[in-house]
Structure formats: C-alpha cells, structure tokens
Design a protein around this ligand. Structure first.
Ligand code: WT7
Length: 648
C-alpha cells in the first residue's frame, strides 16, 4: 500500500486550523508545552506525575539503561486510588463515571465514582479471598460491561497483574494467554451480546481450561442468562462472591515500576507477545494524553468506542479517563445493532462531546450513508479522534463533515500496544491538521524517521523510530526479555523500532504508512501472518500456507491465504469453508482469512523463502514485480491466473 498512499497523501495540501472558539477553551493553546518538554523532558514528565496521587514521592525521574527504562524510581502509588479514591475524597463520589449502554436497546446503567469505588473495593476483597496476592496474574475474559473495569481496577488495587483477553478470541487463544501469563484466577461471564447473538464465553472458557494448570478459580458474571456448566469448587458466581465480600479493601502501595498489566499482541512469529506495562510511568502517560489530546473538562462526556480487550480500551476507556475523573460512555455491542445508526443514537442520547473511534468504523459509516448520522442530534460533539490504522483522507473529510459538522477538530493519534499511550498526535487547540497525517509527537515524546542504515530522514520516507524512552513504554515482553530486545531494540542502537513505515513532510508532519513487518492490520486489529499460517498448517489437509494482506476498502487490509494441500486432498469449497472455520477456532473470528487460494506450489526463492511480496501483488491484482530470484518463475504466473479465475 505504501507507494499508492504516498501519492494520495501528497495531493492533500488541505490544512485545518482550530477555530478561535475551540482554542479559547482548550487546555493547550500554543506550542509552549512542546518547547518546555524539549528543554527539560524529565521535569516536564515529573510535572505530569505530580498531578497523580503518590503515597511516596519518587527519588529519581528516569533511569535509562538501554533498552530498559525505569520511571519515577522509588515512588509508590496505586492505580485504583488514582482512578477512584481521590475523586471520591474530593467530593466527586456522585459524579457519573460510566454511562453504560448495553447492546439490547434500552439497557442503560449510570455508575458513579462512588459506586465504582465501592464495587472495586468489594471485588478486590473477592480476589483476595480467592488467594490472589500481589504480583499474581488474573485473566479477564469479559464482554464490554462495567464489571470489566471493576475487575481490572480491583486487580490494580491489590497489586495483581491483569491480563485481559478480548472476548472475540477463541478458547485456544485464551488458553495460550492464560498459560503464558500463569494466571491463577479467570474472571469471565456466561456470555456476551454481539449483534443480537450470544458469544458463549463460558463455553469457550470450559474448553480453554481443560489445559490450564495454573487456574485455581473462575469467577463468572451472569450477563446473558443462558445455562452454563459449572465445575464445583472451581467455578463461582460473581454476585454470590460480591454479596459476601467485605466493603473496604485498603490499596497496596505499589512501586512505580511494579507491573500493572500484561496485554498480548501479535508479532512476526506464531506466538503472541505479552506486553508488560508498569504502574507509575504508564499512568502518567495515559493521564497526560487523555487530558491534552482529548482536551477533557468536567463538562465533557467522552466516548472511546474501543473494546477493553485492546490497549485502546485499557488506556482510554479505563485508566486515562478514570484517572482524570471524567464522565464517559461505555457501549457493549456492535455499531450496527439493531440499526446502523446505533453510535449516533448513543451520542445524541448521552450528549457525547468527545468521540474516539477507528478508521475502519468510519469507512463503514461512510458506506452506510450520511442520512444515518443526520437523523440524530450530534451538536454536542466538539472533538473527534481516530486511531488504529492510517486514515484515508476521504474518510477523514467525511468524518469531519458528517459527524463533526465541520466544527470539530480531528485528532489522528498514532500509538501501539507497546507504547502504552498516544505518541504522535495533534493537540486540538494548537496543531493545524492535515487529513491523513498524525502530525507531530506529543510534548515530551520524540519521533524520527530513519533509513535502513539508521540515518535520519528529515523529509521523505523511512522507518519510524522513537529515540528516547517515554513513561508509558513497555518494559519487556513477559517471560522473554531476549525477544523484547531483539524485536524492538536490535534494528538500531538504543532506538525503539515500532515496525511502521512513515513519511515526513516539509512541516515535519508524520504520515504513517503502515507496518513494514509481517504484521497485518485488519479492521484496526493487529494480526501476525505467521499466526494465521500456523493455524492453517495445523489442519490435517494442509501442507503449507502463506498469508498476506491485501487492500480492503472497509477493513484497510484483508487476509489472503495461499494454501498447498497434502497429496490426495482436493481444494473444494467445502474445504475452503472448513479452513476458514479452523482458523476462527484456533485464533478467533477476527483472523478468519477473506480469501483462500489453493495452489500446488508457492513462489519461493532458491533458498526456499516464500516470496510474500509477489503473493501480495497477486492478491491485489497488480503487475508482478521482479521474479528473477524465484526458483520457479512459472509458479507465479499460474497462481495469478488461478487467483483471477477462481472464487476465493
Ligand atoms: C499499530 C499498532 C494503538 C491502538 C490501536 C492499535 C497502527 C495505530 C495509527 C494511526 C496509522 C496507526 C500502526 C501501529 N496504527 N494508530 N493513527 N495511523 N497507523 O494498537 O494493535 O498495538 O497496533 O496500529 O501500524 O504499529 P496495536
């Protein structure tokens, strides 16, 4: 996609400057914070950290022993205290924290900071009662219900490390994550709602737990009400435990560098990486970015549409907004249920003022038509955001006009599971935006473009790199520090490699082009091609598989799989369906290939390496690139003819 995109982007010379009205009320109105942060990054971040509550101040802001950083050394704090207790103590216990909207229409719960605080205390006691100690891991496999935030904050309160597994992941994915983290407790629900259907979470759990020796107990929340099987002694109902739990749970004083959570994400190998985030730096980073990027005030109603199973949900549904003490919307279900205007009806009903979503969703809204948002009163919206993948300028313009009524600035925010918080982003009251550009680094963050040799590219294309440690950065990969060093820090000396290609224009603005490794971004979800390939070859009919991404107008990228079958197996439509379902069972529906092409051979170099670039050309119907290094050039031509003629 890279070169096509550069061209479309270069056409876009449009700039949007914040209106005087927006500027007048914004937290940040000029670039002095950028300058301040450049002069004294540690002092700048320390000022942010001072806005949090610490039970012991830090002795030192930063220790950088590449590639390991520690922030706020010696400081002690508790994330749940920062998200709850201090607001309650400040007299804000009656303030609504979560406006929760269930997927079945009409189901709304308003949960105040006081109520959330009470539930978190009780659930923290539940966990303690089940033997959870500081440092233990707790897996969470829940739908988007308030209890997911309760469970996360309860872990934080007692110093347990949570690992949230997205409800769309399969039993096997759940099992692997539980085992990698060595989780002692699993918190789940009977099921979750998705497009009116029930996702059988507990059933998946039962399957996963056939092979998870570390799990001692399962706490089950009743959400959908269908019958589930219960294993006596192991499985316990949420409500029953909560009814018996003591009210107060004193928070653990955590070291700034104590782990807060592990979140798994895909990489270039078959095995997901457990990204480890710690407490003090992470909270400082998400607090700062929530406040300045989303310009949040007491009067706002914030809505980040991400599921808590992804990092966006961790940082901008749970920790950031709650640390800031704002009111936010949390929605359980799909954007098109029961109607394709569900998001706009929620915005209108709850008076959402700041809305943060993904480009893939915006492209779906575009397809569904302008009449849907036009039916609802979106006049309270004042700021829009996007994250997860490059946004095409057309989608940006549509968002600006039809959702933002041409009055809302748009913040296109670049970051990753690994960065913990937003890294490259406009500040809405300051930065002139250009559709498709994530603009400039957040104050206190540095970003550069490097070429293959590590030389800086001031204007032009290159690899994105982060040359300095930042507070929310991952500390390691859980249980595999060697992989941490190798994946992120071995490309250049002491500079973080995010795996993205980017372009920088004359104004110093960044235009993210997408991944440069074997990682795909399908509808804003990160999927490693190797993971899907391993799932395919796990099927008894498959000899070999290669998976590539091809451009897709809604999802950004779609998965195209080239599959070689074992001797004697026929590539039928039924087998194609079976393979798609097999991947879905192994990983989750989000990794289901869109196309499967059966092929007797795959294009390989003479040393046996599959030429993914050529497969991508074929899948995207492009003229074939250089095939001279191939062991058997005829394979490619054959494949292309097949791709064009065959149903995939
Ligand atoms: C990858 C990270 C961070 C939350 C969601 C995804 C891509 C992210 C943008 C953006 C262009 C973006 C990058 C990055 N990405 N935001 N604003 N513009 N690309 O988290 O699953 O860790 O994926 O998403 O390729 O590396 P993630």
């Amino acid at each position: 996609m890279a070169t096509d995109r550069i061209e479309t982007l270069l056409d876009e010379q449009r700039r949007f400057t914040p209106s005087d009205a927006f500027k007048a009320q914004a937290h940040v109105r000029d670039t002095s914070p950028h300058e301040r942060a450049r002069r004294d990054p540690e002092g700048y971040w320390a000022d942010w950290a001072k806005q949090l509550e610490w039970s012991r101040p830090w002795d030192r802001v930063l220790e950088w022993k590449p590639p390991h950083a520690k922030w706020f050394l010696g400081g002690k704090l508790n994330a749940s205290v920062n998200c709850l207790d201090r607001h309650v103590r400040a007299g804000k216990s009656g303030r609504v924290a979560l406006i929760w909207e269930g997927e079945p229409p009409g189901e709304v719960r308003r949960i105040t900071y006081g109520e959330l605080h009470a539930d978190v205390n009780k659930f923290a006691n539940v966990l303690k009662g089940l033997g959870v100690k500081r440092g233990d891991r707790v897996a969470i496999y829940l739908p988007m219900v308030p209890e997911v935030a309760v469970a996360m904050l309860a872990c934080a309160r007692i110093g347990a490390v949570h690992t949230v597994v997205f409800g769309g992941f399969s039993a096997e994915s759940l099992r692997d994550r539980i085992n990698d983290a060595g989780a002692k407790i699993l918190v789940t629900a009977d099921g979750g709602y998705r497009r009116g259907a029930i996702v059988p979470l507990k059933q998946n759990v039962d399957e996963a737990l056939a092979d998870t020796p570390s799990i001692e107990h399962v706490v089950v929340l009743r959400r959908t009400g269908q019958t589930v099987t219960f294993k006596t002694g192991r499985d316990l109902w949420w409500t029953e435990l909560m009814a018996r739990a003591p009210k107060d749970c004193p928070p653990e004083a955590m070291d700034a560098e104590d782990p807060l959570y592990i979140l798994y994400t895909s990489g270039t190998t078959g095995k997901p990486k457990g990204i480890l985030h710690t407490t003090g730096g992470y909270l400082t980073h998400v607090y700062a970015t929530t406040k300045w990027v989303f310009d949040l005030k007491e009067s706002d109603v914030f809505w980040c549409t991400a599921d808590v199973g992804w990092v966006t949900g961790h940082s901008y549904v749970v920790y950031g907004p709650l640390a800031l003490g704002v009111t936010e919307v949390m929605y359980e279900g799909a954007p098109d249920h029961p109607g394709k205007d569900r998001f706009w009806s929620i915005c209108a009903k709850h008076g959402v003022t700041v809305f943060y979503t993904a480009p893939t969703a915006i492209r779906a809204f575009m397809k569904w038509g302008t009449e849907l948002p036009a039916r609802h009163d979106l006049s309270r919206l004042r700021l829009l955001g996007t994250v997860g993948e490059p946004i095409n300028p057309e989608a940006w313009m549509w968002y600006q006009e039809h959702i933002g009524g041409k009055r809302c600035p748009i913040v296109d925010t670049w970051w990753q599971t690994e960065t913990g918080g937003i890294m490259i982003t406009p500040l809405p009251g300051v930065t002139a935006t250009k559709p498709g550009s994530t603009t400039v680094p957040f104050p206190g963050i540095e970003a550069v473009l490097l070429d293959g040799e590590g030389k800086e590219v001031k204007v032009g294309g290159g690899y994105l790199a982060i040359p300095k440690p930042w507070p929310g950065m991952l500390r390691t990969i859980w249980g595999d520090d060697e992989r941490y060093q190798q994946v992120y820090w071995s490309k250049w000396k002491n500079k973080y490699f995010p795996g993205d290609g980017a372009k920088r224009d004359e104004d110093g603005y960044f235009w993210i082009l997408g991944r440069v490794d074997d990682v795909l971004n399908v509808a804003g979800h990160r999927i490693g091609t190797m993971e899907v390939e391993s799932a395919l070859v796990d099927h008894s009919a498959v000899a070999e598989a290669a998976v590539v991404g091809r451009a897709h107008d809604l999802k950004g990228q779609a998965l195209a799989a080239f599959v070689t079958l074992k001797e004697g197996r026929q590539g039928t439509d039924a087998l194609r369906e079976e393979l798609k379902n097999h991947v879905s069972k192994k990983i989750g529906a989000l990794a289901k290939p869109d196309d499967i092409l059966f092929s007797a051979d795959l294009p390989k170099t003479r040393s046996g390496k599959i030429m993914r670039r050529l497969l991508k050309d074929i899948a995207e119907g492009r003229a074939l690139g250089d095939t001279t290094t191939l062991a058997d050039p005829a394979v490619v031509a054959k494949l292309r003819d097949q791709y064009e003629s065959q149903e995939t």
